[in-house]
Design a protein around this ligand. Structure first.
Ligand SMILES: [Zn+2]
Length: 132
């Protein structure tokens, strides 16, 4: 930060200017951008048998021969944290693991969220945007 009187560069938490002694304003500096952040989490995950496997006897064989896998469905939930606290901004319900995640990411981008990295898990996409 800089002294509000003489412009001398000061430590960010300085209460007074080291040069001219003017008291500095507490709290966030004027014009400093505030961000809200969010991260995709999984609330629920469900493995559904491929419908073909419901056919007795032959079903498992057909699924095996044609490589038809069981279907993983995930419930993705996104909570944002910002100056106004925490909000749930998306709850997809159970959706297809891959398409559901792609759709969710596209929707967040549409809402002005920009990517800010990845977390530990494969679904932990992180985003941020300016708080209004
Ligand atoms: Zn000063």
């Amino acid at each position: 930060m800089y002294c509000i009187n003489c412009g001398t560069q000061l430590p960010d938490d300085a209460g007074f200017c080291l040069k001219c002694g003017t008291a500095q304003k507490p709290g966030p500096r004027f014009g400093e951008p505030k961000w809200e952040t969010c991260e995709i989490q999984i609330e629920d995950i469900k493995l559904e048998s491929n419908p073909i496997r419901l056919i007795p006897i032959l079903g498992d064989l057909v699924a095996f021969v044609f490589g038809l896998r069981d279907i993983t469905r995930c419930r993705y939930v996104v909570r944002s944290i910002g100056p106004k606290g925490m909000h749930t901004i998306a709850d997809t319900g159970l959706v297809s693991q891959r398409e559901g995640l792609e759709n969710l990411i596209a929707r967040l981008a549409q809402d002005g969220w920009e990517s800010s990295g990845r977390g530990e898990q494969w679904y932990n996409y992180k985003f941020r945007r300016r708080a209004s």
